[in-house]
Design a protein around this ligand. Structure first.
Ligand code: NDP
Length: 301
């Protein structure tokens, strides 16, 4: 296997975090303030706990302040909304992230929409969603932002290319479509009601599976030379071991693709890097300093 076929999200995300650290220390020097990221975790979901631990660790590594709030599974919606309100008003907090999924008795949409749009580093607030679809500057959901950065490193302008996204969630599929449109791709969004999915994927120059079904995308779905950006993270048992696999069958798709992201080590690490990137960008705004262009932060990675 030739190494350069693999899009190494782990290595790229490390480089991005180093850039964030260096831009961040300049920002701290100029403003005299340290960007703060507040992460709210409700309940004991083991996967969420791992994500939050990771986010906290990486936040500290880039020199930002990490503020963690752990609430019991049975916390009331009112209490959670009260905490968000407090964080909205806290000048030491530039980014607020409420880890999903929330327990069933809490209305997630209501909680996400209670976050001040300027502190919405997950990019899920309706204001940021609307801005993204209008082509305006906004905080962009971290996973699709990470995918778009990986794609931009291969090709900045996707004019004439057909991108097929599998999945239409608000977290990945839909914002990914907006970003790909912004890069001039022709975009198809597929989902569970799509007829003859393999036939549509076979037309794609770029395939972005974001489904949550282990190894669903087969090698014979992939056009020779297509780029595969696999968002899926699925824990499965194979040969008596617990392993992580994507939504694409990696070995099969590898043979057909010109470039492909592995799982783990592809899109996953880009998500956290983009969370920190969003925190950095919005801190400039909140500290009344001119925000550098994203392309200047990511230049020559
Ligand atoms: P959701 O469950 O919210 O959405 C899944 C989407 O897949 C839905 O739109 C659904 O369609 C569609 N779908 C389900 N079954 C099929 C099928 N048989 N054929 C075609 N489409 C189908 O998931 P998320 O978007 O939150 O996450 C998707 C994957 O990405 C998961 O594996 C998740 O773990 C991973 N993920 C990874 C991240 C990372 O950092 N790398 C971050 C976030 C997610 P419908 O709308 O019709 O139900």
């Amino acid at each position: 296997m030739s190494e350069n076929k693999i899009i190494d999200g782990k290595e790229i995300s490390e480089k991005i975090r180093k850039r964030i650290k260096s831009f961040g220390s300049e920002l701290i020097e100029k403003s005299g303030k340290v960007p703060g990221l507040a992460v709210v975790l409700v309940g004991e979901n083991p996967a969420s706990r791992v994500y939050v631990r990771n986010k906290t660790e990486k936040t500290k590594e880039v020199g930002f302040q990490s503020i963690e709030h752990k609430l019991n599974e049975d916390v009331s919606e009112e209490k959670l909304l009260g905490l968000v309100e407090k964080l909205n008003k806290d000048d030491n907090v530039q980014g607020i992230l409420v880890q999903l999924p929330l327990p069933k008795h809490i209305n997630s949409d209501k909680v996400l929409d209670s976050i001040l749009p300027v502190k919405d580093v997950d990019g899920f607030h309706a204001v940021n969603v609307g801005k993204l679809w209008s082509g305006l500057n906004s905080l962009v959901p971290c996973t699709p932002l990470g995918c778009s950065i990986l794609l931009k490193m291969i090709n900045d302008d996707l004019s004439g290319q057909h991108a097929v996204i599998i999945g239409r969630s608000n977290i990945v599929g839909k914002p990914m479509a907006a970003l790909l449109l912004g890069m001039n791709a022709t975009v198809s969004i597929c989902h569970s009601r799509t007829k003859d999915l393999p036939a549509i994927v076979r037309q794609a120059d770029i395939v972005v599976p974001a489904v949550g079904i282990p190894e669903m995308v087969k090698g014979d779905w992939i056009r020779e030379g297509a780029v595969v950006i696999d968002v899926g993270i699925n824990r499965i048992e194979r040969d008596g071991k617990n392993i992580l696999v994507g939504d694409a069958n990696y070995n099969e798709c590898y043979d057909k693709a010109s470039r492909i992201t592995p799982v783990p080590g592809g899109v996953g690490p880009m998500t956290i890097a983009c969370l920190l990137l969003n925190t950095l960008l919005t801190s400039y705004t909140q500290f009344d300093l001119e925000m550098p262009d994203l392309s200047s932060i990511l230049k020559d990675l």
